[in-house]
Design a binder for this molecule. Structure first.
Ligand code: TXA
Ligand code: MG
Length: 316
């Protein structure tokens, strides 16, 4: 799968190569002013699934989509007045906004982990800007560290953690800010979802109001777990060997079913299809049965999400 990791120079030849790798569905680590991000084409399900595989993430957390300018964000999200105000002052920069996702965004459902909101950011780092312009589309990028390790601020950190698991690293030296972007939720009243590189005080000054803090114990209470997760409106039954009367079957492997996560039993393909298939089956209104999924590699993250989807309401 992932070949020898190329180290690309932060100059036009390197940006061209990095953009080409992204177009081909590969993974490219690149510097932003906060930390190094691990980028993939946000419209390519399989490429986004590979982010989770490379990081060894046991969960599908939603990802931040990076774009070159505020103007290019509006095809993906609703754009309330407060977004305009914050973006006008702080973009490009270390600020991420969570906004209502537009239905025909064209983004992989894995980017938002099936949620109806999208995290977007316009990074200021010249290397990130150059890469986004060359690529010409949205780039999904979590911090470029293996799951459970701290965020990388130097190309050597990325190499130590992810070498051999990603196609390339653009070497742009040290990241200036060194902590992740501040995340503000704007799907309702403005709320601080994650403190970060942009101080809360200056955001509140620009907003002219105080930011609400996430409710303790609520869906946004723990860093890294801030998004409440996707839950289908229909019952979900796991480990289903066969389809019962009235159910639709979400298959895995060589089974007769309504939709198959991966007939070949490929976990990257299954992860890439997971949320889109669940949404499609949910729309039919019948209870969903799901074939057993092996609990290794990406299978752990797939099973984690399926278990939450199957939990009785209120236990999410
Ligand atoms: O500075 C940064 O933000 C870096 C650089 C690479 O841009 N990225 C970064 O990504 O820190 P990551 O994946 O490590 O953290 C993103 C955070 C996660 O905690 C995730 O839960 C939250 O953003 N997030 C993403 N989409 C969300 C959504 N729709 N609603 C709420 N939280 C969301
Ligand atoms: Mg991170």
């Amino acid at each position: 799968m992932a070949p020898v990791t190329e180290i690309l120079p932060a100059e036009p030849t390197g940006f061209d190569r990095a953009a080409q790798i992204l177009r081909e569905g590969g993974l490219v680590a690149f510097p932003t002013e906060t930390v190094y991000g691990l980028g993939a084409d946000a419209a390519n399900d399989r490429a986004v699934a590979r982010i989770f595989e490379a990081k060894g993430r046991p969960r599908f957390n939603p990802l931040i989509v990076h774009v070159e300018s505020a103007a290019s964000v509006r095809r993906f999200v609703e754009w309330p007045y407060l977004a305009d105000r914050l973006a006008g002052v702080f973009w490009p920069g270390p600020l991420t906004l969570v906004l209502p996702l537009r239905p025909q965004s064209g983004l992989s459902a894995l980017v938002t982990a099936g949620l109806p909101s999208l995290a977007v950011r316009v990074p200021a780092h010249p290397v990130a800007q150059a890469l986004l312009r060359r690529f010409g589309g949205p780039v999904a990028a979590p911090s470029a560290n293996p799951s459970g390790r701290i965020s990388p601020t130097l190309p050597e950190h990325v190499r130590a953690g992810l070498s051999g698991r990603i196609e390339a690293i653009v070497d742009g030296g040290a990241c200036g800010v060194g902590v992740e972007s501040t995340i503000i939720g704007l799907t309702g009243a403005p709320v601080l979802l994650r403190p970060g590189g942009l101080p809360v005080r200056v955001i509140e000054e620009a907003l002219g109001e105080t930011l609400a803090m996430p409710e303790p114990g609520g869906p946004h209470s723990a860093p890294g777990q801030m998004a409440s997760h996707y839950a289908p409106r229909v019952p979900v039954r796991l480990d289903a060997k066969t389809r019962r009367e009235g159910e639709v079957l979400l298959g895995f492997g060589p089974v007769e079913c309504d939709l198959n996560l991966s007939a070949a039993g490929d976990l990257v393909e299954a992860a890439a299809n997971l949320f889109a298939h669940l949404h499609r089956l949910e729309a039919r209104g019948a209870p969903i049965a799901v074939s057993p999924i092996p609990d290794s590699g990406l299978g752990r993250a797939i099973n984690d999400r399926l278990q939450r989807a199957a939990a009785p309401r209120g236990e999410h």
